[in-house]
Ligand binder design. Structure first.
Ligand code: XMP
Length: 506
């Protein structure tokens, strides 16, 4: 197992994920996790991530020198490399020309991290500081035309540092560098697979839940279904699934969920029709964060009520993913929006959470789901946010506005599926803005809502690009939405990537 110490870098979790792609288990932990805790986890290697600070700034995150006495191979990336240089007695300073983006590496040693890679290679860097002199016993292994020490190593002590980011796709030989660290320096074997996630998760769940009962919030999506299957493997009949229909679902969705998870499933399913109570709570709530908090709290209160009907139900299973966690804000990362299952949770809750997927990205969950034998239709279902259409009906959430959006969205989905694009797109959906515009239909003036088409491609929802949908498809969608959905007289297309936009509008 490899631990990634997070110094607040943008790509920290990506490092852990790439390590897992190399089939070695990895988890990210805060940089100031006590050394004793790290020792107890018995990692085979430690990676120090990048971060936004300068190592010599006052208050910059540091690590205890004891970390370097653990006798575990270490790889420092960017800030992590500079920190390693300082602790080991090297020198770090500000470079005259900051490097952001592509750098041309010249490799000086092919013995360690760069084994099996060419002399010249492209790498992605993003830094204002660099190592000026290497600590004793370290060798410079790569340079760029403007930075003489872009990588160094001391194999005897198991110390490796790179100023560039091997974890980003733009770094040509990044995965080779990581593999050399993992397999050669740390002696890891590429043996970790989704099956291991399943075995580990099942064991951890058993430990956490013991003899108590758990309920699982099932939404119909792949995340909660996977979480439910894992928990079912762990505690069997002590699991009850609860599907809360909050009235913010898409056309026919509630029926589909009940059909898929209802009678034919091994796990009992309770179907709660909570549309009335959610809509009441959302009345006149227009602020996106306020909506998310209302929905997050209402979900929990509904689950608590259902748990109260079962004997000894103490746990709530959620299909929370890492992307929900990071977007909701952590101590070292900014809040972008409060995902209903993380930042939208109420402060006081009766149930303890069980979240077996909290460290994973969606595409990793899909691998686990497939391994668990879930049907393809479910594994490849596009993500749908817990707060549902409430965060796609901009402004006031009323039954009437929800119905307009539901109809427009059904047309859009139908066209996307007919065009064979459903699986290729990360998400495709309609948004209803809180404005009207003038139109002319049947020789008469209209003053009605526009509908916005949003379709994006993405690997993991952390970044996304707007999908280049064919014009004839857009034309069909526009015609059908305006003709079939009363209350809509205009269709627009969202051509914003993430960043700077987010995938959802609220
Ligand atoms: P954004 O809009 O932040 O969304 O780019 C990233 C991904 O997360 C989904 N999303 C949510 N999922 N609860 C969820 O379960 C939420 O509160 C939530 N907000 C956004 C969104 O659909 C996209 O896939």
């Amino acid at each position: 197992m490899i631990l990634v110490l997070d110094f607040g870098g943008q790509y920290s979790q990506l490092i852990a994920r790439r390590v897992r792609e190399c089939r070695v288990f990895s988890e990210m932990i805060p940089f100031d996790t006590p050394v004793e805790e790290i020792r107890a986890r018995n990692p085979e290697g430690i990676i120090l991530s990048g971060g936004p600070n300068s190592v010599y700034e006052e208050g910059a995150p540091r690590v205890s020198p004891d970390l370097f006495d653990l006798g575990v191979p270490m790889l420092g990336i960017c800030y992590g490399m500079q920190l390693m240089a300082l602790v080991e007695g090297g020198e770090v300073g500000a470079v005259q020309i900051r490097e952001y983006g592509r750098s041309d590496l010249v490799i000086k040693s092919h013995e360690g991290l760069f084994a099996g890679t060419p002399d010249a290679q492209k790498a992605w860097t993003s830094h204002g500081d660099a190592v000026f002199s290497v600590p004793e016993g370290f060798e410079i292994t790569a340079e760029t035309p403007s930075v003489p020490i872009i990588a160094f190593e001391n194999p005897e002590q198991g110390r490796y540092g790179v100023q560039f980011h091997p974890e980003v796709r733009h770094t040509e030989y990044g995965m080779e560098v990581l593999k050399n660290f993992l397999y050669e320096a740390c002696g890891c074997k590429p043996e970790w697979t989704p099956v291991n996630i399943i075995t580990d998760a099942v064991e951890r769940i058993r430990e956490q839940v013991g003899d108590a009962r758990a309920i699982c919030g099932l939404s119909g999506g792949v995340d909660s279904a996977t979480a439910a299957m894992l928990v079912h493997r762990a505690i069997g009949d002590s699991l009850t699934c609860v599907f809360v229909d909050h009235g913010l679902l898409r056309h026919n969705e509630a029926e589909q969920v009940v059909e898929a998870f209802g009678e034919n499933s091994d796990v009992p399913l309770v179907h709660v029709d909570a549309a009335g109570r959610f809509l009441d709570k959302l009345a006149e709530v227009t602020d996106p964060e306020a909506k998310r908090k209302v929905i997050g709290e209402e979900f929990i209160r509904t689950f608590e009520e259902e748990a109260g009907k079962l004997e000894d139900a103490k746990f709530l299973v959620q299909g929370t993913l890492y992307s929900d966690v990071i977007e909701s804000g952590t101590r070292d990362a900014a809040r972008i929006k409060s995902h209903h299952n993380v930042g939208g949770l109420p402060e006081v809750m009766d149930l303890d959470l069980v979240e077996p997927l909290r460290n994973l990205f969606k595409d990793e969950v899909r691998v686990v789901a497939a391994e668990l034998g879930m049907p393809e239709r479910l594994v490849w279902r596009q993500p749908f946010p817990g707060p549902g259409l409430a965060i796609r009906v901009i402004g006031d959430v009323t039954a009437e506005r929800l119905e307009i959006l539901r109809k427009a969205d059904a047309v859009l989905q139908d066209e996307i599926r007919n065009a064979g694009l459903y699986r290729e797109l990360w998400q495709s959906f309609a948004v209803l803005p809180a404005i009207h515009s003038v139109g002319v239909m049947g020789d008469a003036r209209t003053y009605a809502y526009p509908v916005v088409i949003r379709a994006v491609t993405s690997d993991d929802a952390m970044t996304a690009d707007w999908a280049r949908l064919p014009y004839d498809l857009l034309e069909r969608m526009s015609n059908r939405i305006i003709n079939e959905v009363s209350g809509v007289n205009r269709v627009a297309l969202d051509i914003t990537s993430k960043p700077p936009g987010t995938i959802e509008w609220e």
